[in-house]
Design a protein around this ligand. Structure first.
Ligand code: DC
Length: 226
């Protein structure tokens, strides 16, 4: 039997950290769906196209091939065969990803890539619409949140570790704009599924949060013990 675990929530809520740790504990595949939108955003930027210009972005889609692959268990997203690595992780590409993700044609373009992987393997998938749209029948749905200040501090630390210069204030203001846009867009807004378990992990350490999410939500729902 294949497991589907959906983790949605705003940026910096700790989704990827928790999902990666849970994936390794359960021996299942972690799927970072934000990387797919980031990859489309990267291509749109490389063509000098306004990411809010839906017809122009839609016209670029036939030129884009986005593939999900796993190398030593780690997800790699390929843009027309090229692994972009951390080039999709900059604050500018975050904004491009958020803008293109509001375009219905972009969401439709990435839908099968996400669903196909969950047909072949047990997955823990993180994003914004996993529990509502991509995997509506997931056995476990979690909506992970944390306070704005906490999320901005985490994002800032992540960017700093990657050598990207910014400030907590700048990250907080970008993050609020992106969360607002992501949760109020017309198509697949970033909202909790009615059957999702809400979990606020403000100022919890990653290990503590992983343990709590596993023991209190995931294992009981899957009827497992590890
Ligand atoms: O999770 P992330 O920060 O890497 O996501 C980048 C953007 O992609 C985010 O601002 C909204 C969009 N996104 C989405 O609309 N749906 C998803 N399932 C994942 C990400």
């Amino acid at each position: 039997m294949l497991f589907q675990i959906a983790i949605d929530g705003p940026s910096g809520a700790g989704k990827s950290t928790i999902a990666k740790a849970v994936a390794s504990r359960l021996g299942i595949t972690y799927v970072d769906t934000g990387a797919l939108y980031r990859t489309v955003g990267y291509y749109v930027r490389s063509k000098g196209v306004d990411p809010k210009d839906a017809p122009a972005v839609t016209a670029l889609l036939p030129e884009i091939r986005v593939d999900l692959d796993y190398i030593d268990g780690v997800q790699v997203v390929l843009l027309n065969g090229e692994n972009l690595g951390d080039r999709i992780r900059t604050p500018e590409i975050s904004m491009y990803a958020s803008a293109v993700s509001a375009i219905p044609a972009v969401r439709a373009f990435l839908l099968d890539t996400q669903r196909d992987i969950a047909k072949k393997r047990s997955v823990i998938m993180d994003g914004r619409d996993i529990g509502t749209v991509i995997l509506p029948n997931a056995q476990v749905k979690i909506f992970l949140t944390a306070s704005d200040e906490c999320r901005a501090t985490r994002r800032y630390e992540e960017l700093k570790a990657k050598g990207i210069e910014t400030t907590v204030e700048e990250v907080l203001s970008d993050m609020r704009k992106r969360d607002h846009d992501d949760s109020t867009r017309a198509v697949a807004p970033a909202v909790a599924a009615p059957d999702a378990v809400l979990f606020d992990n403000s100022w919890m350490k990653p290990d503590e949060c992983t343990e709590a999410v596993l023991q209190q939500i995931i294992l009981p729902k899957l009827g497992l013990t590890v």
